[in-house]
Design a protein around this ligand. Structure first.
Ligand code: TXA
Ligand code: MG
Length: 319
């Protein structure tokens, strides 16, 4: 197997409480042994992440869920059966042995089984699960390729298990239960509609102000490029207002002009939401690496996964 040696290297490092950047279908994660506080602590240091922002635990099988969480609702099992391995994170009541460093002192733990062959192989070979936030410095753009990890973490970059570009491209959908009711805390490429179809009941999408469960990662300012960033429904107007600047233009499918002074990037010529999600962070990283004064991004139609992409664009654009 081509990747055996890099997986073995990752295992050795993780067993020594070191960090490893791992590929998943959503974004690259900065992984550590979930059962070692020393290792988990290194994640916060490396990312410069506030201690009150909890981490997602990554597992290799559905069966492992019962070793991390208690009082698991029937609906959670249904969702895991349907969507795992895949980009859905479940927030559940934590088992007593789960460290406060992972949960930021909360009574809940976030768990998911990622859908990437390399990382699943790695997880199966370890006798501990992996906590992994996105492998970028805090508040920067999430990485969807190994070079994004390197660009964001610089000399703090750990060993990267190279799994190529991430197929989904935006972070997992996060779902929890409040008073037994399913609630979406972060939208991803699994839509509200798909979840409702499985659960056969309505699911609410929570806005930051409506809940005590919301954690800092869900606050507005997040996922930002270094270059000033503006997300808008009216790209033409924004371009006109900033015409004297060196502009980067991110558009969905039809180009809003062809002024050769500007850098244009499409998210999906086909007008496909999933393709747009897969391309989003790569395009943001690329334009952020060029000497531009402003990036203007066109919002997608605000439905299904289009709304999830818009969520990331709006966060990048908030001050
Ligand atoms: O797709 C993903 O979820 C990626 C890959 C690497 O798996 N991970 C990721 O992790 O996006 P991170 O740390 O960048 O975002 C995790 C989010 C944060 O917003 C955090 O606040 C939330 O999950 N979270 C973690 N534990 C939680 C809990 N117990 N209750 C509510 N939210 C929680
Ligand atoms: Mg993140």
């Amino acid at each position: 197997m081509a990747h055996t040696s890099s997986i073995e290297q990752a295992i050795t490092l993780l067993k020594q409480d070191q960090l490893v950047a791992i590929p998943t279908e959503t974004v690259y994660g900065l992984a550590a042994n979930a059962f070692s506080d020393t290792a988990v602590e290194k994640i916060y240091q490396t990312k410069n992440r506030p201690a009150n922002n909890p981490l997602i635990v990554h597992i290799a099988s559905k069966e492992q869920l019962a070793t991390l969480a208690i009082n698991i609702p029937e609906m959670a099992f249904k969702l895991a059966d349907h969507f795992w391995p895949g980009p859905l994170t479940l927030v559940l009541e934590k088992a007593p042995h789960i460290s406060d460093k992972i949960t930021a002192g909360k009574e809940t733990v976030a768990v998911r089984m990622p859908n990437h062959e390399l990382t699943l192989t790695l997880l199966r070979k370890l006798d501990f699960p992996l906590v992994a936030p996105s492998a970028n410095r805090s508040n920067h753009i999430s990485p969807t390729r190994p070079e994004h990890v390197q660009n964001s973490l610089g000399d703090k970059t750990p060993f990267i298990l190279d799994g190529g570009p991430c197929s989904k491209g935006i972070e997992s959908t996060i779902l929890g239960f409040e008073d037994g009711k399913p609630r979406i805390y972060r939208m991803g490429t699994i839509s509200k509609k798909e979840i409702e179809d499985v659960l056969q009941c309505p699911v609410e999408v929570i806005k930051a102000k409506d809940t005590s469960v919301i954690t800092p990662g869900m606050f507005k300012k997040h996922y930002s490029p270094t270059t000033p960033f503006l997300a808008t429904n009216n790209v033409a107007k924004a371009m006109e207002a900033h015409a004297e600047k060196k502009l980067g233009i991110i558009y969905f499918s039809s180009p809003p002009g062809d002024d050769t002074r500007f850098q244009y990037r499409t998210l999906s010529l086909q007008g496909d939401f999933l393709e747009a999600a897969a391309n989003l962070y790569g395009v943001m990283h690329e334009l952020d690496g060029i000497d531009l004064e402003l990036i203007i991004a066109e919002l997608l139609p605000d439905e299904g996964v289009g709304a999830s992409v818009n969520d990331r664009l709006k966060r990048a654009s908030s001050k």
